[in-house]
Design a binder for this molecule. Structure first.
Ligand SMILES: NC(=O)c1ccc[n+]([C@@H]2O[C@H](COP(=O)([O-])OP(=O)(O)OC[C@H]3O[C@@H](n4cnc5c(N)ncnc54)[C@H](OP(=O)(O)O)[C@@H]3O)[C@@H](O)[C@H]2O)c1
Length: 281
């Protein structure tokens, strides 16, 4: 008998895209959703949730914008209720390390009565290439309010591999995987490694968090996103997440991908080409 599809929330996201591709390559039917799909799924409109979930059996859940925001816990609570009512059996939730809001959302899932996995991730390496830090790298200078605190940046490909294992291997059920990269680095060290590998100088500049938020404000970044970035760079980025964890190894039986491998893959993808080409011009 044909298996019902696996729901992937965050079709166009850094993790959702990869989870969906891997599941399809393994022959699983999927239903990738976001605000721009049919059926659509919008975290800010709970009326969209049931029709997206109905007929699926398991779900990969990435919340928007971040489980640290105050709305996240009630939203996850309501999502889990709707999911259970619609017959969903298993949820794999992407979570963030060191976030109080994320911890509360994890508890909601653990106590839901559904079968669950939590993939609690460190900062993504792909923030340097598929998110808000790309612009700085292309401009030759990344300016952020982060100093000497180290972070074991994780390759999002590893997150997707762990999520797929959690979705497809029943032996992993009801486990939390705390996933990080194998080396903890400061932002300045990351930029040095990227700069050396691409063969073009990229500078890292640290500024005070208030100055950073002022710049975001002048750029018209919405207030709730400003709040989130302040929270991430102060509360979450205070040193609590420095340690390397073994979640990738536990789930996959192989080590997590090193930041240097991530850099090589990213160079091959061409996303940093504009900054590399400045050298040639
Ligand atoms: N970045 C990190 O370092 C990090 C670390 C740990 C955990 N996390 C967690 O990762 C999660 C994000 O996952 P990700 O990075 O894979 O996603 P992402 O790349 O941020 O996803 C972007 C996509 O989300 C969709 N989206 C935006 N608002 C939405 C909404 N209201 N409802 C439904 N979809 C929406 C958009 O597609 P449409 O326009 O089509 O809707 C957009 O293309 C967050 O919960 C965050 O806390 C991130």
């Amino acid at each position: 008998m044909k298996q019902p599809p696996i729901l992937v929330i965050g079709k166009n996201g850094k993790t959702g895209t990869r989870v969906n591709q891997r599941l399809q390559a393994l022959g699983y039917a999927t239903r990738p959703v976001s605000r721009s799909t049919t059926p659509s799924f919008d975290w800010e409109n709970s009326a969209t949730w049931r029709s997206a979930i109905e007929g699926t059996r398991a779900a990969y859940v990435s919340y928007q914008p971040d489980l640290a925001v105050p709305n996240a816990e009630p939203a996850v609570k309501e999502f889990v209720r709707v999911a259970a009512d619609a017959g969903l059996e298993h949820i794999v939730l992407l979570s963030g390390r060191g976030e109080e809001g994320a911890r509360r959302a994890e508890e909601v899932l653990k106590n839901s009565g559904l079968s669950w996995n939590i993939v609690r991730a460190s900062w993504f390496a792909q923030n340097f290439s598929e998110s808000f830090m790309l612009e700085g790298i292309l401009a030759g200078e990344l300016v952020l309010p982060a100093g000497d605190i180290v972070e074991p940046f994780i390759d999002v490909d590893d997150i997707a591999d762990v999520a797929v294992a959690a979705l497809t291997e029943p032996g992993h059920r009801n486990k939390l995987f705390e996933v990080t990269g194998p080396r903890a680095l400061t932002f300045a060290q990351c930029i040095n490694e990227i700069s050396e590998a691409i063969g073009h100088p990229v500078k890292y500049t640290r500024i005070p968090v208030d100055a950073y938020i002022n710049v975001l404000n002048e750029q018209g970044v919405p207030k709730d996103l400003q709040w989130l970035l302040r929270e991430l760079f102060t509360v979450v980025f205070d040193g609590r997440n420095c340690n390397v964890m073994s979640g990738v190894e536990e789930a996959l039986g192989r080590p997590a991908t090193d930041f240097k491998t991530y850099i090589q893959k990213t160079i091959e993808s061409g996303v940093w080409n504009p900054v590399m080409q400045k050298e040639i011009v």
